[in-house]
Design a protein around this ligand. Structure first.
Ligand code: PRP
Ligand code: MG
Length: 211
């Protein structure tokens, strides 16, 4: 318990904005900015250790209390819900979860729809909630290929700029939910390390209202 609080950061898309936010909050983020393959980093002059993970693993580390806090996309939290406290909408990493497909799909409702997605749970809940019969085909990436190749009728995926859809002749057919990065906290840490957690949450929250 004397050890530093630990924060899990999502590598990749959310990384830069997360580092900028923590830096604006007054933390020296030099160790993260320095190119390296290290996955555990200490913030100089401040009691905080950072670990770098893929999104779904951030939520797992926070769930088990191996990390006290984490920054992760709402898409990840919706796809694989974990018993963690979601305390802040960080406002960056904004995109939308959407159904997309060839433009002609808009005019042709189907009795049974084949849906390719990296988000099988979100896709299933969305369509079943609307009484649409679906077969979900799980994908690891390049989901836009599926309707082009005839693997699926439509996809469920995140759309940020829309460039990937456009480049592949696809359009947004329906919007499901807006997405952004969230700060999550382990439930036990939130109680037993309340002071440290609140200090970090406040530091980050202040920067959001300053923007
Ligand atoms: C993501 C997402 C979309 C695209 C959306 O893919 O799955 O394909 O980015 O961004 P845009 O609207 O700005 O084009 P990513 O680049 O992460 O690759 P992957 O799906 O192959 O993992
Ligand atoms: Mg993609």
């Amino acid at each position: 318990m004397n050890e530093n609080p630990r924060m899990a950061l999502t590598k990749g898309r959310l990384e830069k904005d997360t580092v900028n936010l923590l830096e604006a909050a007054g933390l020296d983020m030099e160790p993260v900015r320095k190119p390296s393959r290290k996955l555990i980093l200490q913030v100089p002059q401040f009691p905080l250790d950072l670990i770098l993970l893929k999104g779904p693993d951030v939520a797992t580390y926070v769930e088990y209390g191996v990390a006290d806090l984490g920054v992760v996309g709402k898409d990840v939290l919706l796809e694989d819900p974990k018993p963690v406290y979601e305390v802040l909408d960080l406002g960056f990493g904004r995109c939308r979860m959407a159904v997309a497909g060839p433009p002609e799909m808009a005019a042709t409702p189907k009795k049974h729809l084949r849906v390719a997605s990296k988000y099988p749970r979100i896709a299933r809940e969305y369509f079943e909630g609307r009484g649409q019969s679906v077969e979900i085909i799980g994908q690891q990436g390049s989901v836009e290929l599926a309707p082009l190749m005839g693997l699926a009728d439509v996809i469920v995926d995140i759309v940020e700029t829309g460039n990937t859809l456009k480049a592949n002749g696809l359009v947004v057919l329906e919007e499901i939910v807006p997405i952004s990065a969230r700060l999550v906290v382990n439930k036990i840490s939130y109680k037993t390390r309340r002071h440290e957690m609140n200090r970090l949450i406040d530091m980050m929250e202040k920067q959001l209202t300053n923007r």
